[in-house]
Design a protein around this ligand. Structure first.
Ligand code: CAA
Length: 287
């Protein structure tokens, strides 16, 4: 199969990342079925896509007619059986190895044998997901960035089992989505998170030690390095629970202290201060 022949895409999970992936696939003209665990979560997923596509209209990226056409190409479902005719499925389910392994086992059963199975995981080895299928050569990582419709990158992750053909398909598929791809080996953190997590941890430690205020840390990076946002603002966007999870996985993999989550991060996660999604992280937000 060639990337230009892909018309039918499946997405598993329609949270922050999944809904963004659904949106960019529909924007590229593909028919998308997404699967969530319950009807309530299907509706929440659809609402996320509706809100984000509305923002795209308001910012002049697409017309209202294009938005309606996009939404018309998207269908939500509660069973993985609905993915039986999909040519590629991108999994963006909860970042839990057991859940993802079960999703891949089921996807291997329900999808045609030549379909490609991708995971948006940022921390679980791709080979672990590939090895529960009978097509490990057709499994790869496709790691998108938040917010997916805005960020231009996909990290392609080649497990030791992934074929060259599958990596090439991933690359060409990324181009169809309007993204640039980079390739990484199947090691925790890939390229971006391996560099990002020590930086974010450093900012938290700086705040914890009273070295500088949250505003000054963020302003310094925003204006001093021309990043669109500072590290504490970025942590609030990513979600402190997600950042802590990735930090733990990196620490497990490499045992380097710079990856270990600082105590303040752990305390904030325990307190439910997860960032934008809970209305409070390093900053406060209107929910
Ligand atoms: N479709 C298409 N375009 C959209 C859109 C949509 N649904 N929603 C917004 N946009 C566009 C807007 O039109 C705007 O484009 P222009 O600049 O051309 O006008 C652009 O996206 C920015 O949108 P906003 O003006 O609404 O937002 P902003 O200017 O306040 O920027 C931000 C917000 C994009 C989040 C920016 O601050 C940013 O880039 N921050 C850094 C994000 C980042 O680093 N993400 C990576 C996180 S790490 C990760 O994801 C990996 C992991 O595993 C942890």
């Amino acid at each position: 199969m060639k990337a230009e022949e892909i018309e039918r895409v499946g997405v598993v999970g329609c949270g922050v990342m999944g809904s963004g992936i659904v949106e960019v696939c529909a924007r590229a003209g593909m028919d998308v079925v997404f699967v969530e665990a319950t009807q309530g979560l299907v509706e929440r997923g659809r609402a996320l896509v509706e809100a984000s596509t509305l923002r795209a209209v308001e910012r002049g990226k697409i017309s209202e007619a294009e938005r309606q056409a996009e939404l018309g190409r998207i269908r939500g479902a509660t069973s993985l059986d609905e993915l039986a005719d999909r040519q590629i499925v991108i999994e963006a389910a909860t970042e839990d190895a057991g859940t993802k392994r079960e999703v891949f086992r089921r996807l291997d059963e329900v999808t045609p044998p030549d379909s490609v199975l991708a995971s948006n995981t940022s921390s679980i080895p791709i080979v672990e997901l590939a090895s529960v299928t009978k097509r490990p050569d057709k499994v790869l990582g496709m790691h998108f960035f938040n917010p997916v419709p805005v960020m231009g990158l996909i990290e392609l992750v080649r497990a030791i089992t992934t074929s060259e053909e599958t990596v090439e398909l991933g690359r060409a598929f990324g181009v169809r989505l309007g993204k640039t791809t980079v390739e990484s080996r199947d090691r925790a953190g890939f390229i971006v998170n391996l560099l990002l997590i020590p930086y974010l941890n450093g900012a938290i430690r700086m705040l914890e030690e009273g070295f500088a205020t949250r505003e000054d840390i963020d302003t310094a990076i925003h204006l001093g390095l021309a990043h669109p946002m500072g590290p504490l603002q970025l942590l609030d966007l990513i979600g402190l629970d997600t950042a802590m999870h990735v930090a733990n996985v990196l620490y497990e993999e490499f045992k380097e202290p710079l990856f270990a989550p600082p105590p303040l991060l752990k305390r904030m996660v325990t307190a439910g201060r997860l960032g934008r999604k809970t209305g409070r992280g390093f900053y406060e937000y209107e929910t």
